[in-house]
Design a protein around this ligand. Structure first.
Ligand code: ADP
Ligand code: ZN
Length: 735
């Protein structure tokens, strides 16, 4: 272990004569002051180690000068890490996000300092280089070594021995005789550098105009937001690849945000085809060592392009020049943990602070981005048709009021026939149902008992493959019992409604010979296994795929020509004003998996509400009327982006404490014109992990200063006592 940690804690360096503010990765409202030992060089942005209570933590020297406290009364900084300081831009960004989300800046900074071991440079490997000459005595083994090393490349000792097929002692013998000099090899890059001119741009027709528009922004190198609004398969990726190429030529780094990066191996390969090297990946499934490397090389500038999940936005790049946000409408960009933020919105802020262009990409842009397009804040670029001879699938509604299966099951005869035809032709069908497990509800036919999670207000979902009942809120599991726990009757438990496992059972009954794959996050073997399954599907090794939204995102399955939506109404059921938009986006994305390579393709959507505007918009292929209505509706109700919203969730171990505290907050809140508070009411998830939850919704006009209001509301709120916890969510996903 590193002895400096130990000594740092035991004998602190004498305090210097100067103090600096240091932001530590804690939920503290502002930086703490530390003294700078004489002779230690720090500047704003320096990454340092400081004592905090009994511990040593990593922090960042922040802006703002001396605070007037006598440096002798402060504890000194222990250590300055040998890494480039966080840029002024990055510090400003962290402060901005903290102020906007009302989060402690230390918690935001922690997201930028994710990999504590990454701060010390990797030790350089010792290498060998052949300097020439002859050994005292030549042997066949020695000859092989010299032959291998004669090309002038540097080798490690073991690497050379291995390549020459000899033991390391042979190499050592030659080193002793002075035939090699020892040199230091820099650590290998995590990925090779992408080359903007590796493969020529191949844009055609409308893609060219689209790219030209974005390229003009990239060449200016200033802040501007472009929205590429193009149907699935229109070639949006190819278009933004050109923006990436131009940014690389200008010597800047690029960040690509993707909602399901861990599953998009095909994206990385496509990138490699264009740029000759893969981008560095950044997501939670990355091994810790790799994470440290990517972090360090993003900071030093060795990594030129990162493709990552939302947390990549907080990587302190050396010189970032472009952010792409693919599938910008995707709910996965919202983080709801500690610091609540939407990575799409914060990416735009980062572009503004860093003064570089940002490109949003979607087949179904969010209402927020569309409105920003209409009012000229973003420039919108349309790609209304698929690339080449690929056509969008032919979409039809199946009215389940008339076409539901006669006896049991969830697949209409129309859909079953369509699956049969597809499989006969050697093509693939996708059945989409956004519900994991076998059945969302289990009840006793005799007494009516329903299985509910003991800690949450949600039903237990049956997972028949594992003989378990599972809570999808908290992960609670129990074995599926044979008798009802209420009345004791045996064998009268019934599964209500379908999950993907149940659909798979039905499919196997109809098509016993078809190769069927069920894909959901329950898959054994995690992300690795998922990637393999996705590859297998792309290679045509499955006939029927049954999946949740995991299969909806970004994949290219060349043989897929039929998409069946088992329950198109599923997402519309809750009372959320965003439900229609979300459902439209998800259904467009899923049906967009079909027919991407020119084969004629179909989509069948099973619905009990064929007249619903979402269903009409999907089958007509005309999204504009649907969006216009949604936008008008939001404007009328002054909902985002026309008004501002914040949600305050008050939770506690008892219902009474939660509700009481929420009421107290409401009555203590200041009166400000243009801002109103709704509730408290039970939160959409009223009980989670044994905690009762109440919600206050704060609604403000577009012009109101929501953050200032919330700050004073929190300041005047009653103290959080006992188990009470208050969580603020700016721009909540559901409202
Ligand atoms: P989107 O991102 O809009 O869904 P993609 O960029 O994935 O669309 O393009 C859809 C398909 O068309 C892909 O298979 C892609 O390789 C192909 N494609 C797009 N543009 C071109 C082009 N200019 N030349 C050749 N193939 C292209
Ligand atoms: Zn639960």
């Amino acid at each position: 272990t590193d002895s400096s940690d130990l000594f740092g804690a035991l004998f602190e360096a004498p305090a210097g004569t100067r103090t600096v503010p240091v932001l530590v990765p804690m939920p503290a409202p502002k930086p703490y002051s530390y003294s700078v030992p004489d002779g230690m060089a720090v500047e704003p942005g320096s990454v340092v180690q400081v004592p905090l209570g009994p511990r040593q933590v990593i922090g960042v020297v922040w802006d703002g000068g001396e605070d007037g406290v006598d440096p002798r009364k402060l504890r000194p900084i222990t250590h300055v890490f040998d890494c480039p300081p966080l840029s002024k831009e990055m510090r400003e960004f962290i402060d901005w996000v903290a102020a906007y989300t009302l989060s402690p800046p230390g918690l935001v900074a922690r997201m930028a300092l994710r990999a504590p071991n990454a701060f010390e440079p990797e030790p350089m490997a010792e290498g060998l280089r052949f300097v020439g000459g002859e050994p005292e005595r030549m042997t066949p083994a020695r000859a092989r070594v010299l032959d291998t090393a004669s090309d002038g490349i540097s080798w490690t000792r073991t690497g050379l021995a291995h390549a020459a097929g000899v033991s390391t002692s042979v190499v050592d013998g030659l080193i002793c005789q002075g035939l090699f000099e020892t040199i230091f090899l820099p650590p290998p890059p995590v990925v090779a550098k992408p080359d903007p001119d590796f493969a020529p741009s191949r844009l055609k027709g409308p893609q060219k105009d689209a790219a030209e528009e974005i390229l003009s922004e990239v060449r200016k190198g200033e802040f501007a937001v472009s929205l590429i609004d193009g149907v699935t398969g229109s070639g949006k990726t190819e278009v933004y690849f050109e923006a990436i190429a131009e940014t690389l030529r200008r010597g800047k780094q690029v960040l690509i945000l993707l909602p399901e990066i861990a599953l998009t191996a095909s994206f990385l390969e496509r990138f490699q085809d264009r740029f000759g090297a893969k981008p560095a990946e950044w997501h939670s499934d990355l091994a810790p060592r790799m994470r440290e490397k990517v972090w360090r090389q993003a900071v030093t500038g060795e990594v030129r392009v990162v493709a990552g999940a939302r947390s990549a936005l907080f990587l302190p790049f050396e010189d970032l020049g472009l952010i792409i946000i693919d599938e910008e409408h995707d709910p996965a960009y919202k983080q709801e943990d500690r610091v609540y933020y939407n990575a799409r919105d914060m990416a735009v802020v980062r572009g503004r602070i860093g003064n570089f262009p940002v490109v949003l990409v979607s087949a179904t842009p969010s209402v927020e981005s569309q409105v920003n397009g209409q009012n000229g804040r973003y420039s919108t670029i349309h790609l209304p048709t698929r690339f080449g001879d690929a056509a969008l699938p032919d979409l039809h509604l199946v009215d389940m009021r008339r076409h539901a299966p006669k006896r049991e099951g969830f697949l209409s005869p129309v859909l079953i026939r369509a699956i049969g035809k597809t499989v006969e032709k050697g093509e693939q069908a996708l059945l989409f149902l956004n519900r994991r497990g076998y059945a969302p509800l289990t009840l006793c036919r005799v007494c009516g008992h329903r299985f509910q999670c003991p800690q949450c207000s949600s039903w237990l979902v049956e997972h028949r493959f594992r003989s378990q009942l599972q809570c999808h809120q908290c992960g609670h599991t129990e074995r599926t019992p044979e008798a009802c726990p209420e009345c004791g009757t045996l064998d009268h438990l019934v599964a209500c409604g379908p999950g993907v496992e149940r659909i798979a059972e039905e499919v196997e009954r109809h098509f016993p010979d078809a190769r069927t794959i069920v894909l959901s996050s329950d898959i054994m073997g995690g992300v690795k296994r998922l990637r393999l399954e996705l590859e297998a599907i792309a290679k045509g090794e499955a006939d029927i795929v049954i999946g949740t939204q995991l299969v909806a995102k970004g994949h290219n399955f060349p043989l897929m020509t039929l998409v069946g939506i088992v329950d198109a109404d599923l997402g519309l059921a809750n009372g959320d004003p965003r439900a229609a938009e979300r459902t439209f986006q998800l259904l467009s994305q899923v049906t967009g998996r079909a027919g991407r390579t020119g084969l004629k393709s179909h989509g069948l959507l099973q619905t009990y509400q064929p007249q619903h505007p979402v269903m009409q918009a999907i089958v007509s292929g005309d999204a504009s009327a649907f969006y216009e209505r949604e936008i008008a509706e939001r404007e009328r109700a002054s909902l985002p982006p026309f008004g501002r919203l914040a949600s305050i969730i008050v939770s506690a171990e008892t219902r009474h404490d939660a509700e009481n505290h929420a009421r107290g907050m409401r009555s203590a809140a200041p009166q400000v014109s243009g801002i109103s508070i709704l509730g408290p009411a039970e939160a959409p998830l009223a009980l989670v992990r044994g905690r009762y939850r109440f919600r206050l919704l704060v609604h403000g006009r577009r012009s109101s200063d929501m953050q200032a209001f919330l700050r004073s509301m929190l300041a005047q709120a009653p103290k959080e006592r006992g188990s009470v916890h208050v969580q603020l969510d700016i721009d909540p996903q559901s409202f």
